[in-house]
Design a protein around this ligand. Structure first.
Ligand code: GDP
Length: 463
């Protein structure tokens, strides 16, 4: 380990309160057991019930995962509609959109797998192996390349489409399709949203293979399915820790990405008295450097006292980690704290790991940098994120941080107020099913679970 910042910390913490299995070889995935050296201990303990649930999931995955007899039998069953659902059931996760979107949907699919005793497998249409280590001991979460289903995905097997065309009916029982394809992408239709209905879950539960296409953090709506609620409350007595715990359980950067993270951390962040992460994502058209966004960042960080005014008299070393596709935001910030003659004492150092200029998802090093930056942001003491960005949500959730969220600017002007403090560290589910749908009853009673998102009121999040 290269000069980790929290070297005085006891090593017992390396299993993150029992979240992680001890079964792995440490060298093959350094981040798994070394993350505790870089991250302050989380104030959020996983429940014993969650820890035991993860252990039984690991056993299930070993028993049903790729290479097992059970997996072979389940694969042979594909295409033959059945009345029994077999010994192992699966959910195959397909990568959709950018890395942040992928991560939040992956964590959602994993929670769904835990709740429904399914085995989570990753479609290898896009290569996740250069980003994440295997999370489950003694088995693999990668769907074998020669798996038959993936090249014949057709929309007629899409659950929403089947409901629409009466090819399936959740009220009647009969033969069960051997696989269903779930469309849970932000532009999904009402029929697709029936996935979140209790009655539909009763049918879907029996289907051996599910293929999940989503770019959303759909966890909050799982809390609104009555049959999941009791279990969820036991798993997560602190409701807003779902992403925090499952993310830290599941997402271990590969050694290559860990190198990017630790080299940057040790060189630029480890010696600061306080670190601030600023994630700048520009969704407008045109994107790039925008004066009103720069003003928004300054207004937010000064108003919320995240950065000193140019005249303050403290003498702390503050390291600011800026992540953005564009270089200008960090350049201006750096210049400001260098040029100002009135700045006394306080040292503000500004760093930006990369300036990729545009999104290049599925380009190996680009994705690795994106993951490294989300992770680095999650290691900071305080965090400013751009509203609606799943990139920022991942950083906030992994870090156990409540970010200051920059509102999305409209009409090319700086919003006033510029930012809002997150009510919880959970990601926002941008496009939940309608509140007057099948979840109407639970939604009314659900104010203790979910709230409207701070920066996007059509979305909901756990609190
Ligand atoms: P979202 O679109 O903000 O919700 O986040 P996503 O991660 O889903 O998609 C944005 C993608 O653009 C990222 O995955 C990266 O590929 C790229 N990107 C956006 N902002 C940054 C950044 O600050 N640093 C890096 N390295 N890549 C970024």
């Amino acid at each position: 380990v290269n000069s980790p910042s929290y070297s005085g910390k006891p090593r017992e913490d390396k299993l993150l309160g029992g979240l992680l299995s001890e079964e792995f070889d440490e060298g093959s995935c350094l981040s798994r057991y070394q993350s505790s050296l870089y991250r302050k201990p989380s104030p959020y303990e996983p429940s014993e019930y969650l820890v035991s649930k993860l252990k039984s999931y690991e056993m299930l995955h070993k028993r049903c995962g790729p290479g097992t007899e059970a997996f072979k039998r389940a694969t042979e069953q594909l295409g033959h509609d059945t009345r029994s659902c077999g010994e192992c059931r699966y959910i195959v996760w397909v990568a959709v959109h950018g890395l942040g979107n992928r991560i939040v949907s992956l964590v959602s699919a994993f929670l769904y797998a835990l709740l429904t005793e399914r085995v989570l497998l990753l479609d290898q249409g896009t290569d996740m192996r250069h980003l994440f280590c295997e999370p489950f001991p003694g088995t693999s979460w990668l769907l074998p390349h020669d798996f038959p289903l993936m090249d014949q995905l057709d929309s007629s097997r899409c659950y929403g489409t089947m409901l629409k065309t009466d090819a399936i009916n959740s009220a009647t029982t009969g033969t069960i399709p051997s696989y269903l394809y779930l469309y849970l992408i932000h532009d999904y239709e009402d029929h697709d949203k029936m996935f979140f209905c209790e009655r539909d879950q009763n049918l879907i539960r029996q289907v051996p293979w599910l293929v999940s296409n989503s770019n959303q953090y759909f966890v909050p709506s799982l809390w609104l399915i009555p049959s999941f609620q009791t279990e969820l409350i036991k798993l997560f007595p602190q409701k807003d820790t779902v992403f925090h715990h499952l993310g830290r359980y599941l997402l271990h950067p590969t050694n290559q990405v860990w190198g990017l993270i630790t080299r940057f951390y040790n060189a630029y962040l480890s010696r600061a008295d306080e670190t601030l992460g600023v994630q700048v994502r520009v969704f407008s058209n045109p994107d790039g450097y925008l004066e009103h966004v720069m003003n928004q960042i300054l207004s937010c960080t000064q108003r919320e006292k995240l950065l000193p005014e140019l005249t303050t008299l403290e003498s702390q070393l503050k390291a600011v980690l800026v992540t953005s596709l564009y270089p200008e935001y960090s350049e201006k910030l750096r210049a400001m704290y260098w040029e100002s003659p009135s700045s006394t004492g306080d040292m503000v150092q500004v760093y930006q790991p990369s300036q990729e200029m545009f999104q290049q998802t599925d380009e190996k090093l680009h994705d690795q940098k994106a993951l490294a930056e989300m992770y680095l942001l999650s290691l900071t003491d305080k965090l400013v994120t751009s509203g609606l960005s799943t990139f920022g949500y991942v950083a906030q959730g992994l870090g156990g941080l409540k970010a200051w969220i920059l509102y999305r600017p409209t009409n090319h002007t700086t919003p006033d107020p510029p930012c809002v403090r997150a009510v919880s560290m959970e990601p926002c589910f941008h496009r939940p099913p309608p509140i007057n749908g099948c979840q109407a009853k639970t939604t009314v009673n659900s104010t203790r679970f979910v709230r409207r998102c701070e920066e996007w009121t059509t979305g909901i999040k756990l609190v």
